[in-house]
Design a protein around this ligand. Structure first.
Ligand SMILES: [Zn+2]
Length: 108
């Protein structure tokens, strides 16, 4: 039963990633997909994947390696890297002024 649920979550996760790949994180759909991915990852007890909150780019390798080059090349006009980095790291960055994404399964 538990395994079935995990499989189901994996399926949701891979669908969310597909959407994110196709639309990027800037669209409404992409933002929902990013929110689902983060929440499901947390639910599965995985480390959060490092995904650019502005465009949905997935950083490979260890952690946020390459974020500064990526940010400076693509989003420096939105916010300077020195300003954006502490927010991104804390998960508090708001893409282009939109509200942050709360965890779907957070209990408050
Ligand atoms: Zn980006």
């Amino acid at each position: 039963m538990l395994n079935e649920m995990k499989r189901e979550l994996e399926r949701i996760l891979s669908n969310a990633r597909k959407i994110l790949r196709n639309t990027g994180a800037a669209t409404q759909e992409g933002r929902s997909a990013l929110q689902i991915e983060r929440s499901v990852n947390r639910l599965l007890g995985r480390d959060e994947q490092c995904i650019c909150p502005e465009c949905g780019y997935r950083f490979r390798g260890s952690g946020w390696d390459g974020i500064d080059a990526h940010w400076r090349a693509r989003h420096e006009s939105v916010m300077s890297y020195t300003e954006a980095w502490p927010l991104i790291k804390a998960g508090a960055y708001r893409p282009s002024g939109r509200s942050p994404l709360p965890d779907l399964f957070a209990e408050d």
